[in-house]
Design a protein around this ligand. Structure first.
Ligand code: MN
Ligand code: MN
Length: 267
C-alpha cells in the first residue's frame, strides 16, 4: 500500500523532497512492468496507491498523521510503502513497529538529540527510532557523516552503524549476512537516498561523497525482503534531479515489491 508525504520543512540544506512522491510515481510509471530478474509481472500484484497525505508545515503535526496512516495500513494486513518527504517522518511510521528491527540506508548518522530547536528534525531520526525500538535493533548502512557530538554520545553504540568504507572492505554479501542474522523476524526498511553515492543519486537534500552503490542497496532489500514489513524512501529532491535519482528511487521500490513476490533468490 503506497502513500506519499509531501513534507520537507526540517531540511537543513536543500529542500524539495515534498515534490518527491509525485516525481517517483511518474518515474515508476516509465519502468518496464515485467522484471525478468525476479520473473514478476507487476500488474498482477495487488498494489494500491492512497495518494498523498495533506501537506503541512509543522513536523509535530505530520508525525501523528504518518503514524495513523501506517497503523491503518497494517491493521488491514498490508505493507506500507511510504514516499517521502524528508527523513523526519520515518519515526512516525516506526511507532507502529515496536518489537521489530530496522535497517536504515543513510550517509548520516541522524543521531542528534535535537537539531535547530527540534528533536524531530531529520538529523535526529535514528535517535528517535532508537527511543522507540531500543538498543541492538537498528542497523544503519552507508554511514560517512557523523558529528563529533554524535560520535561521542553514550548511546552511539546502541545502533550498529556500518560505514560505507566497511561495506567496501567486507563486501555487501557479508554485511547482508550479519544483518539477516541480527534482525528480528519483522524489519522496517528506510532508505535515505543520500546513503547512495551522489554519482548515482545526485538529487538529495544533503549529498555526501563516497557512498554505497545502488546494487548494494538492492542486494540488502532482496536479502531481507522476507522480513520487511514496512518500507520507505526519503530525502530525494526533484529540484536537483537530472532524471537519475527519480528513476533509481522508483526502481528500488520495484526491487522491494519484486523481491517480496519472487520465488527466485539472488546468490
Ligand atoms: Mn537521514
Ligand atoms: Mn542522510
Amino acid at each position: 500500500m503506497i502513500f506519499g508525504v509531501p513534507f520537507d520543512n526540517t531540511s537543513s540544506f536543500r529542500r524539495g523532497s515534498r515534490l518527491a512522491p509525485d516525481a517517483i510515481r511518474y518515474a515508476y510509471g516509465n519502468l518496464e512492468s515485467f522484471e525478468s530478474s525476479y520473473g514478476v509481472n507487476f500488474p498482477d500484484i495487488p498494489i494500491a496507491d492512497l495518494g498523498n497525505l495533506e501537506e503541512l508545515e509543522d513536523v509535530t503535526a505530520v508525525l501523528p498523521l504518518v503514524e495513523h496512516a501506517v497503523s491503518v495500513i497494517r491493521k488491514d494486513g498490508k505493507i506500507p510503502i511510504m514516499l517521502g518527504g524528508e527523513h523526519s517522518i520515518t519515526s512516525g511510521a516506526v511507532k507502529n513497529f515496536s518489537g521489530s528491527s530496522m535497517v536504515i540506508i543513510d550517509a548520516h548518522s541522524d543521531f542528534r538529540e535535537e537539531y535547530m530547536g527540534s528533536p524531530h528534525n531529520h538529523a535526529c531520526v535514528t535517535r528517535r527510532c532508537l527511543d522507540i525500538l531500543g538498543k541492538d535493533r537498528i542497523y544503519s548502512v552507508g554511514t560517512r557523516s557523523v558529528s563529533r557530538e554524535e560520535y561521542e554520545s553514550e548511546r552511539f553504540g546502541e545502533v550498529r552503524f556500518i560505514t560505507a568504507d566497511e561495506v567496501r572492505e567486507k563486501g555487501i554479501r557479508q554485511v547482508g549476512k550479519e544483518i539477516l542474522a541480527g534482525t528480528e523476524k519483522s524489519v522496517y526498511f528506510s532508505i535515505d537516498m543520500d546513503g547512495i553515492d551522489p554519482s548515482y543519486a545526485p538529487a538529495v537534500g544533503t549529498p555526501e561523497p563516497y557512498g554505497i552503490t545502488p546494487t548494494d542497496v538492492r542486494y540488502l532489500i532482496h536479502t531481507l525482503a522476507g522480513k520487511i514489513e514496512g518500507f520507505d524512501i526519503l530525502e530525494f529532491s526533484p529540484l536537483y534531479d537530472n532524471g537519475n535519482t527519480s528513476v533509481l528511487a522508483a526502481k528500488l521500490i520495484q526491487d522491494f515489491i519484486g523481491s517480496k513476490e519472487t520465488k527466485k533468490k539472488f546468490s
